[in-house]
Design a protein. Structure first.
Lengths: 507, 99
């Protein structure tokens, strides 16, 4: 009952005309930056951070939060319609774009919008009821646990990859190697930088995402002599009842996974989408369709993406630890306003905490309207002939890449990855596992080193700690299960081939 | 460790390819090189001249990869994108070297 009382108190603050306006503004700007390739919430929030000086505290935080979770709604749209993703919508490119190629863009967008709404709603419930205590879960995870969690992420590759497991693992390892480019955080040494200064900070995630997905896809469409984008601008949003029923279980699974991973430092929307996709690919009733344009392939990841974006506020507001770069900027906004996020924040500034939580409910309603019935107006840009559209997309890719570090050198990196991505596309290699390896690789290395430093070089530390040991045991079981399945299949096929061989011999 | 694993996967892939059927590689170098040239040209011109010239170069160069080429259309696209770039600079505060 306390929570309901606190929520009512929060709505008192969130539903003032001024805060409603900031919430609507944040959601609209968020959806817009989500739609535009390359312009993510990180760049936008960093650009708008100085504005917080002149806006009331509650309004500023509500607006910045709206931009963040609004962008998670909008980023699926460019991924689904044009295969141009943001970091947190890479997985939407797989099934979402396949649905577009099948002429089911409207259904894919409806699925993404509704799933994001479900994910957001579940995450807000988690945030409201568990925020004061749930942040402590993160304290249970040490370096060894994170290391094991990253390895679970790698195992997910076997589900994420749409073709051969070997190719998927190869792409994942290439991603890990790419993640090692730059300055080593432990020793300070530069690795694989080829004495190029701009590589000292590593390769940007945006450069790889835009190169491997955006540039490669544009070139492929140009090779096919497309007069228009594969998305023809016509959409039928309303699904049939059978299709709608398929969205719900997947979205709920994604919401739970996203809510959990959002709480863990280092988790967040990027990893949550892969995890939700992997789980759907394993447990969904329609798992055989995932990868070729299935509703579940869009629903789970969209819900996880949105849920993780919301619950990533928990570690920030409960224990004062920002779990990703956007949360670090949000923390900067809190600090600018003289508020120190942490265990005392909920008690010290209940109006801000509960006002922000309540504004997320309001924002969720704004966003479902912006992204489902009104999505066709956002999409009118894609009705433009492809000869006009593709230079514009290239422009947005350039601006998006440039705006991350204000460096034109990053455009060369994007171009390089554009060529590499094009070759991957032509060789039938999926770039999604590469992104997973690139994102998880540095975290894995860092936590692996920390765990060994803490245990003084004792590798058994990974097995003796309960959470890490359990996760590693699960990986072991999974590998044994996969091997057993492969051997059983091979035996079955051999048994089937034998009678055939006999009959051929007899003939 | 990662490199060794990658080498191992590479070796397995090479061995596996010996037993697989040959597949034709559909590779058209023209379009990808036009796109790369327009991106690199945009970066070089923006660095040494200004971004407006870079945008014009990118639009005119990348249009060679399209199905048709129209100078008027390219001029209109360049003008629109320049306007968008100005909007980004003035409204969003992006630090674009436009002039």
């Amino acid at each position: 009952m306390d929570v309901l009382h606190n929520l009512a108190f929060g709505f008192e603050h969130a539903l003032t005309l001024q805060n409603l306006m900031f919430c609507a503004l944040g959601c609209t700007v968020g959806t817009l930056v989500g739609l535009l390739p390359g312009l993510g919430p990180l760049a936008t929030i960093s650009l708008l951070l100085p504005l917080t000086y002149s806006i009331p505290t509650g309004g500023a935080l509500i607006m910045l939060a709206g931009i963040y979770y609004g962008a998670q709604y909008g980023d699926s749209v460019s991924a689904i319609t044009m295969k141009i993703p943001h970091a947190s919508s890479i997985v939407a490119c797989i099934d979402g774009y396949q649905m577009t190629l099948k002429g089911k863009t409207g259904l894919a967008l409806f699925t993404a919008g509704v799933s994001s709404f479900i994910g957001g709603t579940v995450a807000i419930v988690v945030l409201s009821f568990l925020a004061p205590s749930l942040g402590e879960v993160a304290f249970l995870f040490g370096p060894a646990e994170y290391c094991a969690l990253m390895l679970v992420g790698f195992v997910c590759v076997s589900f994420v990859t749409t073709g051969s497991l070997l190719n998927g693992m190869a792409m994942c390892l290439i991603g890990v190697l790419l993640g090692q480019i730059g300055t080593d955080v432990t020793s300070g040494q530069q690795r694989f930088t080829m004495d190029l200064d701009f590589l000292a900070d590593g390769v940007g995630l945006v450069s790889i995402a835009l190169g491997c997905f955006g540039i490669a896809e544009i070139t492929k469409n140009l090779d096919n002599r497309n007069e228009r984008t594969p998305f023809n601008g016509k959409i039928s949003l309303m699904p049939t009842w059978a299709e709608f029923k398929r969205i719900i279980p997947s979205a709920l699974r994604g919401s739970v996974i996203g809510s959990f991973l959002g709480i863990l430092p280092g988790g967040g929307p990027v990893i949550a989408q892969f995890a939700a996709y992997a789980v759907d690919k394993k447990v969904s009733k329609y798992k055989h369709e995932i990868g070729s344009g299935a509703i579940e392939g869009v629903a789970g990841q969209a819900a996880a993406d949105e849920a993780a974006a919301r619950t990533s506020f928990i570690p920030l507001m409960s224990i004062g630890i920002p779990e990703n770069a956007v949360m670090a900027l949000m923390m900067a906004a809190f600090v600018i306003k003289g508020i120190q996020p942490g265990p005392n924040m909920i008690a010290g500034h209940p109006d801000l905490f509960w006002g922000l939580v309540a504004s997320m409910w309001v924002g969720n309603c704004f966003l479902i309207v912006l992204n489902v019935p009104l999505v066709r107006y956002w999409l009118s840009v894609f009705k433009i002939p492809y000869n006009v559209l593709f230079p514009s997309i290239l422009f947005f890719c350039c601006i998006g890449t440039f705006s991350v570090n204000n460096s034109l050198n990053d455009i060369f990196t994007t171009a390089t990855f554009g060529f590499i991505g094009y070759m991957f596309l032509r060789l039938d290699l999926d770039a999604a596992p590469l992104m997973l390896g690139f994102i998880l690789g540095p975290m894995l290395e860092e936590n692996f080193r920390r765990a060994l430093l803490i245990s003084r070089g004792d590798f058994t530390a990974f097995l003796t700690r309960p959470i890490s040991g359990t996760l590693l045991a699960l990986i072991g079981l999974f590998i044994i299960w996969q091997l057993a399945r492969y051997l059983l299949k091979a035996r079955e096929m051999g048994a089937r081939a034998l009678p055939g061989a006999d009959s051929v011999g007899a003939a | 460790m990662v490199s060794s694993l990658l080498l191992l996967i590479g070796l397995i892939t090479v061995v596996r390819s010996r037993f697989d059927q040959r597949v034709h590689l559909d590779f058209n170098p023209k379009n990808i090189f036009i796109i790369l040239a327009s991106l690199c040209g945009f970066a070089v011109i923006s660095a040494h001249l200004n971004m407006i010239a870079g945008i014009v170069f990118m639009v005119f160069c990348s249009a060679f990869a399209g199905t048709s080429y129209s100078v008027v259309r390219n001029l209109m696209v360049s003008a629109s994108l320049t306007a968008v770039a100005f909007a980004f600079q003035k409204l969003l505060g992006l630090n674009l070297p436009l002039y």
